[in-house]
Write a protein that binds this ligand. Sequence first.
Ligand code: MF3
Ligand code: CO
Ligand code: CO
Length: 273
Amino acid sequence: MSIPIKTGADVDGMRLACRLASEVLDLLAAHVKPGVTTLELDRIAHDHIVHVQGGVPATLGYQPPGYPPYPASLCTSINHQVCHGIPNERALKNGDIVNIDVTVIKDGWHGDNSRMYVVGEGSIAAKRLCQVTYEAMWKGIVKVRPGARLGDIGHAIQAHAEAAGYSVVREFCGHGVGRKFHEEPQVLHYGRPGTLDELKPGMIFTIEPMINAGRREIRELGDGWTIVTKDRSLSAQWEHTVLVTDTGWEVLTLSAGSPPPPDFVPSPASVTA
Ligand code: MF3
Ligand code: CO
Ligand code: CO
């Protein structure tokens, strides 16, 4: 099987779906406060996607082989939850960190992204984990260009996370995304430079490292979805959808409220020059 290449109208469709997905995360920022439940956040996101954006929440009813249907429009993964946390009636509390992951389908195209949110005042340790994970995602993004290899991305992410004393979750990876939610390639967040598939213009995939403050081992809860760290250490994740351009990369999941890239990321002008 081969990695899909998007051109012309396909890329325009992806740009729109991805911007909408990012705007859902912008909208939620004002609502993430002590006392709000993740189910309330899910309702806000669902209504916005369906009634304002004219889109479809990709996760609602999503059922890969071997899983129960996913019951919500967001994944909300709190503290030691790594990913795929299911929104519920429990209120967020001061100091929690939460990853909110949303995928919007618009005109058949999928835009997939996630951010970390600190509820109220976070600890130094929690904020450092979120920051280093954000940097790790961007260390991977800046490797993207025609001729680079998937292993270059994984290695850059792993090196940054491990230099900070953290570990990289191995069981979940980034993925090609387009008319399908999950397609080729698999984008590992660890690896060796110069290995795996070569990147070509028009490939679109996510980069979405899950980084643990403690050991990398995980386990799944009885709900069939929620993934937690085995040692109950904190875990963080950020996700962007990225296009391989003729000269480098373009992050598609950007909007007015996107956090700025870290200082080591060259400005878009120098990337496209
Ligand atoms: N959005 C997740 C990803 O980044 C997938 C969530 S699938 C769900 O690939 F069913 F758990 F929602
Ligand atoms: Co994804
Ligand atoms: Co996602």
